[in-house]
Design a protein around this ligand. Structure first.
Ligand code: GTP
Ligand code: MG
Length: 198
């Protein structure tokens, strides 16, 4: 799929104030700094459509981007960033959970996992929570440009073993780099085919 237009629409903390939900949408979630905003920019071929930062905790709101005038990409705040005050973290958790549970046109959540790091409890528990609530999701491994071929294959094998402890059937996985655009074609093809089912 070609990205012909990508337009920022609105930021907010309330699912009720998100754009009227008639178009399919895909939201990016994962730990702070995993590369959610960078991946959105990479998919859209734009440098700073979504704001990125070397410091975790950059994205703090639900951000809607309208793509090709017929589907949405959504940038969400990261979870699990220890330096954010507990109160603020709780606030994010509440509105992100509400968004995930109530947004009827959310066709698939993209759960981003840093390919360099071993499986983290917070991500595994989050995916179990999605499963319990019947929220469709895929896993998107990020920053694979930072790994050698050997490290990549070792890390993905280890992660898969960890997933198999809980999931009978593994979620669909994508392997990406915002740096060199690996995985862009695959992710856009997935979105295109999923849009057709909406
Ligand atoms: P929060 O909004 O704080 O939750 O973070 P985020 O998940 O949106 O991460 P963001 O896209 O802001 O990226 C965090 C840092 O990782 C930035 O310094 C990015 O340049 C870097 N980064 C993101 N993706 C990649 C990647 O694929 N490869 C490399 N090498 N660096 C990346
Ligand atoms: Mg971000």
């Amino acid at each position: 799929m070609e990205i012909k237009s990508a337009v920022f629409v609105i930021s907010n903390t309330e699912v009720a104030k998100c754009p009227v939900s008639v178009l399919p949408e895909y939201a990016f979630i994962g730990r702070s700094n995993v590369g959610k905003s960078s991946l959105i920019n990479m998919l859209c071929n734009r440098k700073s459509l979504a704001k990125t930062s070397v410091k975790p905790g950059k994205t703090q709101l639900i951000n809607h981007f309208l793509i090709n005038q017929n589907w949405y990409l959504v940038d969400l705040p990261g979870y699990g960033y220890a330096k954010v005050a507990k109160e603020q973290r709780e606030k994010w958790n509440v509105f992100i959970q509400q968004y995930i549970l109530k947004r009827s046109n959310l066709v698939c959540l993209m759960v981003l996992i840093d390919s360099r790091i071993s499986a983290q409890k917070i991500d595994l528990e989050f995916m179990r929570w999605l499963g319990k609530n019947s929220i469709p999701f895929v896993i998107v491994f990020t920053k694979i440009d930072k790994l050698s071929k050997r490290q990549f294959s070792d890390n993905i094998t280890a992660y898969t073993l960890e997933l198999e402890k809980f999931w009978e059937e593994l979620p669909l996985c994508f392997y990406t780099s915002a740096e060199d655009k690996t995985g862009r074609t695959e992710l856009l093809a997935f979105i295109e085919s999923t849009n057709k089912l909406f």
